[in-house]
Write a new protein. Structure first.
Length: 112
């Protein structure tokens, strides 16, 4: 999976969880008219768990974002400091991918 695809996936999951949290908050508001000890206790537990999820999600998102930025900065610095090494690595990876692709095409052609 490419960096941009994983970034889009992380963003989508983060956005989906934010929508879920908002929906749960609205559900809690809508059920405030329900009375009784069990309803009050359930709302309290859900609110506590929701707060915990929000805190963990915020911390996790910030950690992932920071580590991703650090990895990008490190990679960018390496490529700028060692452009010929980066070109060599890219050529080597391209060669291996090309061989693998050619082999798969060749093997698929033999099966027909």
């Amino acid at each position: 999976m490419s960096h941009s695809n994983s970034h889009v996936t992380r963003e989508k999951v983060y956005d989906d969880v934010k929508v879920l949290v908002k929906d749960v908050q609205e559900l809690l508001k809508a059920t405030t008219s329900v009375v009784g000890d069990k309803a009050t206790e359930a709302r309290s537990r859900v609110q506590d768990h929701l707060k915990t999820v929000q805190d963990k999600l915020g911390d996790h998102y910030e950690t992932v974002r920071t580590k991703g930025q650090e990895a990008f900065t490190t990679t960018d610095g390496y490529v700028r400091d060692n452009p010929w090494n980066a070109v060599g690595i890219a050529a080597g990876v391209g060669f291996v991918v090309g061989i693998a692709f050619s082999a798969s095409v060749f093997l698929r052609g033999r099966d027909d």
